[in-house]
Design a protein around this ligand. Structure first.
Ligand SMILES: [Zn+2]
Length: 333
């Protein structure tokens, strides 16, 4: 299914949405925190989404269990480190991991700036031990409102050279892009790349706003683009990629069933679709699973799957040199 002579990348994975059940269990024990589970297996039963949730917000609530266990900076460091290990174990050559430091910090009142520092440290330790190329994207959690996002951005900007981009995530319906214009202008001013969750809970207009108001170069999910021909043409023409996450889109109720995911249409219209897991720690999936779903459930052929792998390199927020290095690495195996 995967083309081994092409790089395997993932561009849309929340490291704070990928905390291992075993780690959640161990942190609950270490930190003396009640969790409503008696074993690591119980934790898996608690956090994994079995079928689907009612909507995006119910899906996001599933992440709170793991986040609630982050009582120290070391815990944040550990989660970041393990994300690099997971990416390596899944066979990824390159991964962009994203995180919301405010979300990670807030249960136990950790200093947001220090959380950013701890995550970067965990990633650096991880990439020393596991040969996978890794970049970090900062998230503004729109659900907490513009003022909190301004503080979150300041914390991220204090480590600006360690991050490659900025994202907007959370409650898309109630916190539209318009409110975050000034913050994304700041991010663009320091040279960061921009990706935005859009067209997941809201319609095509939310994708237009992500592009026109925030300067999005990629769109997280983007499912609603299927309802707007002009938008699909625009995405293709301007090489604005769609980070498709089919299992997540099913679980949030964004698509009725996975077979109806629009990624096949997006590809046929020349949009640079990539494949990602989103929050593998609650969806109980890995990147291989998403390729399997794309092939067996959505019906993509080998050529389309290879195109997705190429899109994953071309759409990555990395240098042309690094892209060439990734292709060379894959060709050599
Ligand atoms: Zn996401």
């Amino acid at each position: 299914m995967l083309n081994a002579s092409l790089p395997l990348t993932e561009l849309h994975r929340h490291l704070d949405g990928n905390i291992r059940p075993n780690t959640i269990w161990e942190l609950s024990q270490k930190n003396g925190l009640a969790i409503g589970a008696k074993s690591p297996k119980d934790v898996a039963d608690l956090v994994y989404i079995k079928d689907k949730t009612s909507d995006l917000l119910a899906f996001l609530e599933k992440l709170d269990t793991g986040i609630g266990m982050l009582a120290t900076l070391d815990d944040c460091r550990r989660v970041a480190y393990e994300n690099v290990e997971d990416a390596f174990n899944e066979g990824l050559d390159y991964v962009e991991l994203r995180f919301s430091p405010l979300y990670m910090a807030r249960t136990h009142n950790l200093p947001t700036v220090d959380v950013v520092d701890a995550v970067i440290d965990g990633i650096n330790q991880g990439t020393k031990n596991f040969p996978v190329r890794c970049q970090l994207i900062g998230i503004l959690s729109r659900t907490f409102g513009v003022q909190s996002c301004a503080k979150e951005l300041a914390a991220l900007l204090s480590h600006k050279d360690s991050l490659c981009g900025l994202d907007l995530a959370g409650d898309e319906l109630n916190f539209p892009a318009e409110q975050f214009r000034a913050l994304f202008a700041q991010a663009r001013d320091v040279g960061w790349n921009i990706t935005v969750h859009a067209g997941e809970a809201a319609g095509p207009e939310s994708i237009w706003d992500a592009i026109n108001l925030l300067g999005a170069q990629r769109i997280g999910h983007g499912v609603a683009a299927i309802r707007d021909n002009k938008l699909m043409d625009y995405l293709a023409k301007h090489h604005i990629g769609i980070e498709a996450c089919p299992t997540s889109n099913f679980q949030t109720g964004t698509v009725e069933n996975t077979a109806q995911h629009p990624l096949k249409t997006f590809l046929s219209r020349g949009i640079a679709v990539t494949l990602s897991t989103d929050d593998p720690g609650v969806s109980a999936i890995d990147i291989q699973h998403e390729y399997k779903v794309a092939a067996e459930v959505i019906g993509l052929n080998k050529k389309a799957l290879s195109q997705i792998q190429i899109n994953g390199v071309e759409q990555s927020f990395t240098t042309e040199d690094e892209k060439r290095a990734l292709y060379a690495l894959a060709r050599a195996r």
